[in-house]
Design a protein around this ligand. Structure first.
Ligand code: AHM
Ligand code: MG
Length: 337
């Protein structure tokens, strides 16, 4: 066993304090509170098969989708945990139409960070015991400290992210995060409740042989993407590639990050902007992927440079191994000429 595999995340955060851009300790405290909530959600996800907690709550969220009980549970846990620390001035969540304003204990607005998150992504997988994940993105506020948080604080381009991460509730629970100084992954030892550094300095291979896409939508894809999929299936050089699609963004991206591969959620005739949300799904995954040496694009532009205009904005999303994203953009550009 390598010595660094015994390091806990708490130790790692202290040791890497200098990696935190605004090194007052607040960002590391923020990450610690996300970890605390992640442990609680992980425990609940693990129990989901045993108790009658799964299933639609009966309400629909802002995207018109049925909410599962665990989505709401995860949302509440993350919000409660973050509210109770004096660090975050606002939270935007997939489960809430509007952002939540958070005041300090003295009713002030002095906290510096905003968090955007999808508390439990891949919810259609919950009731069939398939991996789900939490995705989060952290920004330093733009509005002056002391005033209430504004929409402007949330609508920042992904390049401004101070930190981003995901928690994967898979065969084991993992957190993978970046503060802009590489990517590290930690695995939860649930017996003692500690995350251990299991994937130091993660690197996404430049090439891969996996493509992850919902091919059921094939007929609705743009011509360039149809051509790319045919290219993936061609018997030539190192192809055909392998198709792997869990339908859980965190799981699909995590596998591709480690093994090399590409995740695609293109626009379709029915959904011209694709399905995934820019602010709390695509931007954090893009930041992590780029920090690991990969790329993320909307087909023409770097995801992290898109200017958001709405909290729940969607975008086509291509993410993974650098050379594979280059190829996808090439196919799209060829059709747009
Ligand atoms: P959700 O936020 O409603 O869970 O939707 C996001 C999920 C992603 O995790 C996944 O990659 C994608 O939707 C799957 O969509 P589809 O079922 O259309 O292939
Ligand atoms: Mg989601």
């Amino acid at each position: 066993m390598k010595s660094n595999t015994r390091k806990t995340l708490d130790e790692f955060i202290i040791e890497r304090q200098d990696d935190f851009q605004y090194s007052t300790g607040e960002l590391s405290r923020l990450l610690n509170s996300i970890l605390l909530a992640a442990r609680v959600v992980s425990y609940k996800v693990r129990k989901a098969g045993l108790i009658d907690i799964i299933g639609a709550v009966g309400t629909t969220n802002v995207q018109g989708e049925d909410q599962q009980k665990l989505d709401l549970y995860a949302h509440n846990i993350f919000v409660e945990t973050l509210v109770n620390r004096e660090i975050v001035c606002g939270i935007a969540s997939e489960e809430n139409d509007n952002f939540i304003t958070i005041q300090g204990l003295d009713q002030s607005h002095n906290n510096k960070y905003v968090v955007l998150m999808d508390p439990l992504d891949g919810s259609s997988n919950i009731d069939v015991n398939v991996s789900v994940g939490t995705i989060f993105s952290v920004y330093h506020r733009i509005s002056p400290v002391g005033t209430p948080v504004t929409m402007e604080d949330f609508l920042q381009p992904g390049v401004n992210q101070a930190a981003a991460g995901y928690i994967l509730y898979g065969t084991s629970t993992m957190i993978v995060y970046t503060t802009g100084f590489g990517v590290n992954g930690f695995t939860l030892n649930s017996a003692i409740g500690s995350f251990y550094l299991s994937h130091p300095d993660m690197k996404c291979p430049e090439d891969g042989n996996v493509y992850s896409v919902n091919e059921g939508n094939y007929v609705h894809f743009p011509r360039g993407i149809k051509n790319y999929i045919k290219y993936c299936q061609e018997e030539k050089e190192n192809r055909p590639y392998t198709s792997r699609y869990i339908g859980s963004l965190v799981s699909d991206c995590h596998r591709n990050l480690i093994r090399g591969g590409v995740y695609l959620y293109p626009s379709t005739l029915k959904t011209p902007n694709g399905k995934l949300r820019l602010l709390y799904e695509c931007n954090p995954m893009a930041f992590i992927t780029e920090q690991a040496g990969g790329r993320a694009s909307d087909g023409n532009r770097r995801i992290l440079e898109l200017t958001p205009t709405e909290l729940h904005q969607r975008t086509p999303f291509y993410c993974g191994s650098k050379n594979m994203i280059d190829k996808i953009e090439e196919f799209i550009a060829n059709e747009e000429k």
